[in-house]
Design a protein around this ligand. Sequence first.
Ligand SMILES: NC(=O)c1ccc[n+]([C@@H]2O[C@H](COP(=O)([O-])OP(=O)(O)OC[C@H]3O[C@@H](n4cnc5c(N)ncnc54)[C@H](OP(=O)(O)O)[C@@H]3O)[C@@H](O)[C@H]2O)c1
Length: 254
Amino acid sequence: MDFKNKVVIITGASSGIGTATALMFANQSAKVVLVGRNEKALQDVAKKCETSKGIKPLIVKAELSVDDDLKNIIDQTINVYGRIDVLVNNAGVGVQGSIRDGIEPYDRVMSTNVRAVYYLTSLATPYLVKTKGNIVNVSSVAAFKPIRDMNFLPYCTSKAALDQITKCVAAELGRDGVRVNSVNPGATRTPFAQAAGLTLEQQNELYKAREQTLPLGKMAESEDVADLILYLASDRAKSITGSIYVIDNGEILL
Ligand SMILES: NC(=O)c1ccc[n+]([C@@H]2O[C@H](COP(=O)([O-])OP(=O)(O)OC[C@H]3O[C@@H](n4cnc5c(N)ncnc54)[C@H](OP(=O)(O)O)[C@@H]3O)[C@@H](O)[C@H]2O)c1
């Protein structure tokens, strides 16, 4: 999988799956655009990316719920590289809440996990059409079933919506030569649960429960998910669009 001269935007590149994805693209000679909020983490990732093939990444600090920040991601990418070949909509937040908690958790999760993906994809589309590029969205097995031990109604709702964006945009842009696919991980070892507000003790309990119950007896690592993202973004997947790829150690079988 060679991404030489390809420009790849990765949101949420400052942590977890996004970091692993950025490093893997950089290792395949891509020009990576690292998007996130934590500047220090982005700089650390950029250094590692540069070490692999000597190509300096572009860092764009962005709060994805802010429209001007989304426009800035595209503007800076075009100013610096002049093109976009791949958009990886990876950033996401795990917001807990039940139907008894009112509308705030819903608005918070949708602004990042759905609205930002929708608008960033819209802004990137003219450039992806020019390059016959592609999009990989990072969804979740939460799109298919409630994650009841995490009280995750808002999050599950957002990922189900994201899968429909994947399919509808794939159908719309197919004749323009633009592919759109989704990677839907199950439990993956990243700072995600911590960011979702779980204490260290709760995280350990969750990980233990997953390792005990998942059919393959383990959680995924970020690199496992990144590998699948790269495959879908590569020419090897040239006949795949509108597809939802589960990578979950068998979690949805339970
Ligand atoms: N880990 C899992 O078990 C799991 C399972 C299924 C699906 N997923 C999905 O995988 C994707 C990556 O998650 P992860 O596990 O790698 O989690 P993570 O380590 O917590 O990383 C989340 C990333 O998203 C960024 N982000 C979140 N909200 C943002 C906002 N409003 N504006 C800008 N950036 C924002 C974070 O940026 P900063 O750190 O810079 O703020 C961070 O880089 C997410 O879409 C998640 O839903 C994860």
